[in-house]
Design a protein around this ligand. Structure first.
Ligand SMILES: NC(=O)c1ccc[n+]([C@@H]2O[C@H](COP(=O)([O-])OP(=O)(O)OC[C@H]3O[C@@H](n4cnc5c(N)ncnc54)[C@H](OP(=O)(O)O)[C@@H]3O)[C@@H](O)[C@H]2O)c1
Length: 298
């Protein structure tokens, strides 16, 4: 499996397994251990989660698996995120809001380490843009956590180019990624210039909801129907599954992104891994880019 080097301490697998939906899969710890081993056997060693996933419980599910099979920890990389506060019986928040203050980041990281049953987090991300972000404060928290050995690398998620650049400056250009949504139904980061900024800094994004959360297959919108009309015959041409073609489209971009698969089915993760072997023709890439009707060429 191809790796993406984030810094001198961390590289992640180009294909990542996401655990946003883990709480819906009804796996016990043993079944989760088996699933994680199957991922590792495919070369997918990097696992994405967040403090807030599964109503603050997903990290703990992963932690139970890691405590059942401690041999897993040295074979994998854990990516997790902080900064979202949501109402929960055990938490004092009245509403959803974002908190990227120094104390919150430090406390949240300590809690994640405990729940994940690990001594370190490989990649630690600010989950969402916080309109009240103090870049110097976030940079200090990240830097202190790294000095303490609690995180090995850090970055952000869902940042626009201006906010990314501002924090990147304050961290002495130590941000290693921006985890962003891209799919043939979601073009925000093409249009914002985010992909160009990341290329300028030689930073590789991580792509979430690469299949638009399944909408590529099951949405009845005009955009999704138009897209499917292009994807199905093209998948036949490349002799691959439709999802493999979509992953190949994402991997083709010179920004060299990692792709996070969100499926609970190992055969669908295999479809994602298979995309690394497909070389899309440039004209076909554009056909997919234009298929939903959301993008135009100027
Ligand atoms: N940073 C952020 O703000 C953020 C936000 C959202 C997600 N993420 C990360 O990105 C990961 C991936 O996101 P995602 O789960 O939305 O990714 P996705 O891969 O676009 O969507 C996964 C969903 O699509 C379904 N699916 C896959 N193939 C299908 C097919 N052939 N037909 C019908 N349905 C199909 C899956 O169902 P099955 O399980 O049944 O295959 C699953 O429900 C998450 O797990 C999380 O780690 C990050």
């Amino acid at each position: 499996m191809e790796k993406i080097q984030f810094n001198h301490e961390v590289s992640i697998s180009r294909i990542v397994q996401g655990f946003w939906r883990l709480h819906q899969w009804n796996l016990d710890a043993k079944q989760l251990v088996d699933f994680m081993h199957q991922c590792v056997d495919l070369g997918v060693t990097s696992f994405d989660t967040a403090e807030v996933y599964g109503n603050y419980n997903s990290e703990a599910l992963l932690g139970e698996a890691l405590s059942l099979d401690p041999s897993l920890r040295s074979k994998i990389e854990i990516i997790t995120k902080t900064g979202i506060n949501k109402p929960h019986p055990d938490r004092p928040y009245r509403n959803k809001y974002f908190d990227t203050t120094y104390d919150k980041i430090i406390q949240s990281c300590n809690e994640s380490l405990q729940k994940l049953n690990t001594l370190y987090i490989d990649v630690y991300l600010i989950h969402r843009e916080d309109p009240l972000i103090d870049h110097a404060e976030v940079a200090r928290a990240f830097n202190d956590l790294k000095q303490m050995g609690k995180i090995k690398a850090y970055g952000v998620s869902n940042f626009d180019p201006f906010k990314f650049e501002a924090l990147h400056e304050h961290t002495s250009k130590q941000l290693v990624t921006n985890q962003i949504e891209i799919s043939p139904l979601q073009f925000e980061h093409f249009n914002s210039g985010m992909l160009d900024l990341l290329q300028k800094h030689r930073i590789h994004p991580m792509i979430w909801s690469p299949l638009a959360g399944g909408a590529i297959f099951n949405s009845d919108t005009h955009e999704a129907c138009s897209l499917r009309k292009v994807l199905k015959p093209m998948a036949d041409k490349y002799q691959c599954e439709v999802d493999t073609l979509v992953y190949a489209w994402l991997l083709h971009h010179p920004v060299k992104a990692a792709v996070i698969s969100g499926s609970q089915k190992i055969e669908r993760l295999q479809n994602c891994v298979n995309a690394l072997q497909i070389n899309l023709e440039r004209e076909d890439w554009f056909e997919i880019y234009l298929a939903s009707g959301q993008q135009v060429l100027r």
